[in-house]
Design a protein around this ligand. Structure first.
Ligand SMILES: Nc1ncnc2c1ncn2[C@@H]1O[C@H](COP(=O)(O)OP(=O)(O)OP(=O)(O)O)[C@@H](O)[C@H]1O
Length: 299
């Protein structure tokens, strides 16, 4: 378990994080979400002891974060850090040595990690011949060589192909099944919704909200009905919920989506209105963030 307690960090005059507290239980994927400059990377660098001067306390498994706890953490930085002119295996060996693995352990872990990241068949190829997605996977693999308990990934899917993205998702599922904890910082709300059990929303250095994803969805996001029809207006739909218009379609927000849907269908039938499209819209994490901050993540 990772406990972050009243953490504050200044870069000279910039307050990058203000009084952040959160508890990250073991064996889950924990999302760290926020717009540019929210403080995600700063927090990750504090957890990984890259940044050491801050106020507050961070503990991993009841031990203050230090060089000793560092061995139990794997950090995948936002920027890819690999040696381009050596092979995939060579890179894994290199990182394994940095973590102090002996020769037999190096060979064993390299084989396991190559399988996990789906690069066994390219193990003898130089990294310079790899696609961006393959480099990302190898970058993650190099943080796993010492078999850490907690893996921290900072925006691991930026600029990669869909196949590599799927591999990374699958890898995270496998890490969780193996009892590991993953902290996943991302701008991509749909990824966090799919992968993470819990999430913390950061905005301008402050904790906006944190909790279990499904509970936050229930608490903050209202389900809605999407309707596209001929000759229909906001005024006609307002009897069924809060209405917002998007081009020539409407969203009706209501807790009673099913009965509202029935009523809308009856109304349209009675008034000879042709419905082109009508569907239930599941609440999204994006909506929760909007509700809490009044802005979209990608503004
Ligand atoms: N080394 C630094 N010196 C001065 N200010 C910094 C430094 N690193 C970050 N900051 C500032 O601290 C704040 C938080 O930055 P941080 O990189 O942690 O945010 P982030 O959420 O990771 O953003 P991004 O998604 O863009 O990486 C920002 O205002 C940023 O400009």
């Amino acid at each position: 378990m990772l406990i972050i307690n009243n953490v504050t960090k200044h870069y000279e005059k910039t307050e990058a994080l203000k009084d952040i507290s959160m508890t990250i239980p073991g064996r889950i994927c924990y999302g760290l979400v926020g717009p540019n400059g929210a403080g995600k990377s700063t927090l990750i660098k504090m957890i990984t002891s890259i940044i050491r001067d801050y106020e507050g306390k961070i503990e991993f498994n009841e031990q203050q974060i230090s060089d000793k706890t560092k061995q139990k953490l794997g950090y995948v930085p936002q920027d890819i850090v690999l040696e381009e002119n050596i092979t995939a295996s060579g890179n894994l060996y290199l990182f394994g040595r940095i973590y102090g693995l002996n020769e037999s352990k190096l060979a064993e872990r390299t084989k396991e990690v190559l399988t996990l990241i789906g690069l066994s068949e390219r193990s003898k190829d130089k990294v310079s011949t790899f696609s961006g997605g393959m480099k990302r996977r190898l970058n993650i693999g190099s943080a796993l060589m010492h078999n850490p308990e907690l893996i921290i990934m900072d925006e691991p899917t930026v600029g990669i192909d869909p196949q590599s993205r799927q591999y990374i998702f699958q890898m995270i599922e496998e890490l969780k099944t193996a009892g590991k904890t993953v902290i996943y910082a991302s701008h991509y709300m749909e990824e966090v919704e799919r992968l993470c059990d819990n999430v913390a929303f950061l905005d301008r250095g402050k904790m906006v909200e944190n909790g279990v994803v499904s509970e936050l969805l229930q608490q903050y996001a209202t389900p809605s009905i999407y309707i596209k029809a001929d000759r229909i207006s906001t005024e006609q739909l307002e009897a069924y919920g809060e209405v917002s218009q998007e081009k020539n379609a409407f969203f009706i927000y209501t807790e009673e989506v099913l009965s509202a849907m029935e009523n809308v269908i009856s109304y349209c039938r009675e008034n000879d209105i042709d419905i082109e499209r009508l569907e239930l819209v599941r609440p999204r994490l994006e909506d929760v963030f909007f509700r809490l901050t009044g802005s979209n993540l990608r503004d």
